[in-house]
Design a protein. Structure first.
Length: 233
């Protein structure tokens, strides 16, 4: 009988972009109690994407809420190099930048993130070719495949983005790279199994977690759907 592929360790990372900003501290505590070790911080500047969220002072304040949570910041900003040190001081452990915002100095940005003691990630938009980050994959701790256009929560997953997840997973297996694969956009009970089957293990979810049901219940529903999906393979 052929051996079954081991079940991947899945991380559900709540995106507080969809949380109630009037009680962010309480909602981070709720996420940690629900077993979510990662908290996803969407940082937007209203230039790189058409939305504005928050910056290092808010992240620093949230760090005091939970020393236990793993802060995973996703910078959707122009010229992220100018913000890296501020986010390191605010208590971020993993910092992801966009290839489209760095381009010629992406290598320098990755090195700067590492020099300040953080894990380094790179993200690409749905229309950006994966080939543009091939040369940097060996130096990355995380690759974030956007499965929607960045900027707003509540969008539906773009199916063709699953091919990028499959390809970045194939490259990791082929070359022995160490990065984690993260998917962000339209992740819910119906789509979580698709991105995991494609090769992602860190799933960013926003509106699927922050809604009328308790967050812990929503996390449990996603994990149950993944368990059922894996059992059927």
């Amino acid at each position: 009988m052929p051996s079954r592929k081991p079940k991947p360790e899945i991380v559900i990372a709540p995106s507080i972009l969809s949380a109630d900003f009037s009680k962010l501290g309480a909602q981070i505590r709720e996420a940690v109690r629900a077993g979510c070790a990662w908290i996803h911080l969407d940082i937007m500047d209203n230039h790189f994407v058409p939305n504005l969220t928050f910056g290092p002072p808010i992240v620093k304040a949230l760090r005091k809420v939970s020393r236990k949570a793993y802060f995973d910041a996703h910078l959707m900003v122009e010229n992220p190099l100018t913000l890296i040190e501020a986010f390191a001081k605010a208590g971020v452990q993993s910092l992801t930048v966009h290839e489209e915002a760095c381009q010629q100095n992406l290598g320098e940005v990755i090195d700067t993130i590492h020099s300040l003691g953080m894990k380094a990630g790179v993200s690409i938009k749905p229309e950006t070719p994966l080939e543009l980050i091939h040369q940097h994959l060996r130096n990355l701790d995380l690759v974030l495949i956007m499965t929607v256009e960045p900027g707003f929560g509540g969008q539906e997953l773009i199916p063709k983005c699953l091919n990028k997840i499959r390809e970045v997973h194939r490259l990791r297996e082929k070359h022995g790279y160490a990065y984690k694969i993260q998917a962000d956009g339209g992740i819910n009970e119906q789509t979580a199994g698709l991105v995991v089957a494609a090769g992602a293990e860190v799933l960013v979810a926003g509106s699927a977690l922050y809604n009328e049901r308790p967050l812990a219940e929503n996390v449990a529903h996603i994990m149950k759907s993944l368990k059922q999906d894996f059992a059927q393979r």
